[in-house]
Each structure stands twice: as structure tokens, then as C-alpha cells.
Ligand binder design. Structure first.
Ligand code: AHG
Ligand code: MN
Ligand code: MN
Length: 332
């Protein structure tokens, strides 16, 4: 059998790719790995455990029904970061406000993590892939102090690490530190992630489009024109593209990353600024897309250039193969 490279071996072999303290990165990723393994264990038996499956009965600050697993995931990651001591504060989709950790170790830490604990919540009960999406930034405030809101409100171009854990037919950790994108698969028996997808590159063009067509009547004219192009024989393949929409952004994105494709969530009347969260969903996936040779915009400007003004800010998202995103924006 081929000798596998564990995540730890990979990091120590590629030290020069990590733009900050190697120990911090290793430890922070270790925190993410341990929370992911615990979450994977809960997800894999969700249907058997009453406290894991179903709705919590509450809404988050964005008015969305929280699933029990949303909160389980949120707590697992929050606790892992707080106990790890390498992060001064976090912000998450499921928390009304950001959290500044109180311990001295946390105050002395250099980084903040922003995350969507569980993406694709509506798919939990039906056994469809879901995932955790995260972004790591250097803090802006001084080391030794408590984290502040301005540490969280940084443009995506300032990310030092972005990644996701996809709980699908296998559990995959995909991340970038700004030197390409790599994927690691969890060997559940050994409890280790091993390199399975080195140097991921997104095809420049593709034939998969992912959009919620139920909102079609709400789409802007440019997007309708692009959709007609996708569904015609006038595109580069000479036949209609295939529509693929799981409803878990992370899973739709991952498929398009591997096979080539585009995911679009435009502004619609039910979500006038777009549905997806800039800080927890758009920015991390945009960093990964660009590192893999793809593109991510809000239809006008690059996602990574947007200056956030609020924590739970929404954005329209056009993300995927470069030529497809440009075409959807009317640029080619
Ligand atoms: P979340 O489960 O974190 O709230 O995110 C759901 C997002 C995204 O994963 C998905 O692509 C999109 O919402 C689906 O929205 P629609 O049901 O409106 O298509
Ligand atoms: Mn989400
Ligand atoms: Mn979520």
C-alpha cells in the first residue's frame, strides 16, 4: 500500500508555505481537526440520537431556524478554539455577536477564526452532505488585549487560512494558506486526516451550474441571459449544461471545484442583499476558489475586496470556474 502523508507530516514538510508561526498553525488546525472528528461522530449517527437530529426550536439572529446539529457544531468548534488558546476571539453564524475569549492565553493569541459551524442545515435530516467552513485572520488589535469587532471585520483578502470540512461519503478537510489548495481525507479507523487531493486546481471552464431555479422569476436580466446560455446548445460544449444544486453550498462548491462549474446565489426579493454570509461562507470559499485558479464575485466586484461593515453581512455570490463566472457577469 502507498505510504500516506498525514496532515501533520504535510505541514512539517511544507513549512515555507505557511505565512505565520508554524506552531500556531499546526495547533490551530489540530483544534479544527479534533472538533471535526467529534462532529463527524455525531453526524454519522444523527438518526439514532434524539438530541442530535431535528430542529432546536429557536432562530438565530438572521431569523433562520437552528437545527440541533448547528448548535452542537458551534459549541464543538467554539470550545476547541477557546481551550486551544491560539485564538483571541471568534465569530460564527450561530452567535448573535462575536466572542472575545477571556483567558490570558487567548488575549496573547494572534488570530481570530470566523466560521459557519454547519453549512447546509436544511439537509441534515435527509442525509445529504453538509460541512463546516472557516476563515483565519491575524488580529488587528494589540496582542495582550481582548479581541474587538474590528478584528472580525476584515476584508477576505486578509485571510491567512481558509478551509472547510465536508461531511459527505467520506470526511474531507480542504484548506489553503495562500499557497495552493490541498484536500485531506479522514481515515475514521485511525482518526487521522491523510493527503488525498494535493494541489487542487479548478477547471477554467465546465458544464455544471448550481443555482436555486425556484427563484428564477426574481433573477436580474443578466443572470437570466446566462441561464439561457447554460441551457442552450450555444455554449462551448454544444449542448445544455447540467444543473446540479444540492442546497449545501459547501458540497456544491466542492463538486464544482473538482469537476468545473459555477455556483450562483444572486440577490433576490427574499434576500435583497444575497442569502449567503460574506464572513462565514463567501470569503473562505472565495479564497479557496482563487487559490485553485477559480473566481468569486458578487456579480460586480471580487468577493475578497469587499470591506465588511457588519458581522452577519450578506452578499450575492458567483463562484467557480473562472470563465463561467466571467460569462455569468457578462464579461466574455
Ligand atoms: P446554512 O445551512 O449555513 O444556513 O446555509 C445554507 C445556504 C447554503 O448552504 C445553500 O446553498 C443555500 O443556503 C440554500 O439556500 P436556498 O434553500 O434558498 O436555495
Ligand atoms: Mn451556510
Ligand atoms: Mn450554517
Amino acid at each position: 500500500m502507498l505510504k500516506l502523508t498525514s496532515l501533520k507530516e504535510f505541514i512539517s514538510k511544507n513549512r515555507e508555505d505557511f505565512p505565520f508561526l508554524i506552531e500556531d498553525l499546526q495547533n490551530l488546525l489540530e483544534n479544527i481537526v479534533s472538533a471535526s472528528k467529534a462532529l463527524q461522530a455525531d453526524i454519522s449517527k444523527a438518526g439514532l440520537l434524539n438530541h442530535v437530529l431535528g430542529a432546536q426550536g429557536k432562530q438565530n439572529i438572521q431569523g433562520e431556524a437552528q437545527q440541533k446539529l448547528d448548535l452542537i457544531a458551534d459549541n464543538l468548534f467554539k470550545n476547541a478554539f477557546e481551550q486551544g488558546g491560539f485564538v483571541c476571539g471568534i465569530a460564527s453564524e450561530e452567535n448573535d455577536d462575536f466572542v472575545a475569549f477571556e483567558s490570558q492565553a487567548a488575549k496573547n493569541a494572534n488570530y481570530v477564526v470566523l466560521f459557519d459551524p454547519l453549512d447546509g442545515s436544511s439537509n441534515i435530516d435527509v442525509n445529504v452532505p453538509i460541512g463546516t467552513i472557516f476563515s483565519i485572520y491575524r488580529r488587528i488589535t494589540n496582542v495582550g488585549a481582548k479581541a474587538e469587532l474590528k478584528d472580525m471585520l476584515q476584508p477576505g483578502s486578509k485571510q491567512v487560512v481558509a478551509g472547510y470540512v465536508l461531511f459527505g461519503s467520506s470526511t474531507l478537510l480542504v484548506f489553503t494558506t495562500g499557497n495552493g489548495v490541498h484536500g485531506f481525507t479522514l481515515d475514521t479507523a485511525r482518526g487521522e486526516f491523510y493527503l488525498s487531493h494535493p494541489h487542487l486546481k479548478m477547471p477554467q471552464n465546465g458544464r455544471l451550474y448550481s443555482v436555486n431555479e425556484g427563484n428564477r422569476n426574481d433573477f436580474n436580466p443578466q443572470l437570466r441571459t446566462y441561464l439561457a446560455y447554460c441551457q442552450s446548445d450555444q455554449n462551448q460544449t454544444g449542448k445544455p449544461y447540467s444543473g446540479r444544486y444540492i442546497g449545501s453550498l459547501v458540497a456544491d462548491f466542492h463538486r464544482n471545484l473538482l469537476k468545473g462549474g459555477i455556483y450562483i446565489y444572486p440577490a433576490v426579493s427574499s434576500a435583497p442583499k444575497g442569502r449567503l454570509r460574506l464572513l462565514y461562507e463567501c470569503n473562505p470559499l472565495a479564497f479557496i476558489a482563487e487559490q485553485a485558479g477559480g473566481l468569486a464575485t458578487d456579480g460586480n466586484q471580487q468577493i475578497l475586496d469587499i470591506e465588511p461593515t457588519e458581522l452577519h453581512q450578506r452578499a450575492a455570490l458567483y463562484i467557480g470556474s473562472k470563465e463561467m463566472v466571467e460569462k455569468a457577469m457578462g464579461l466574455n
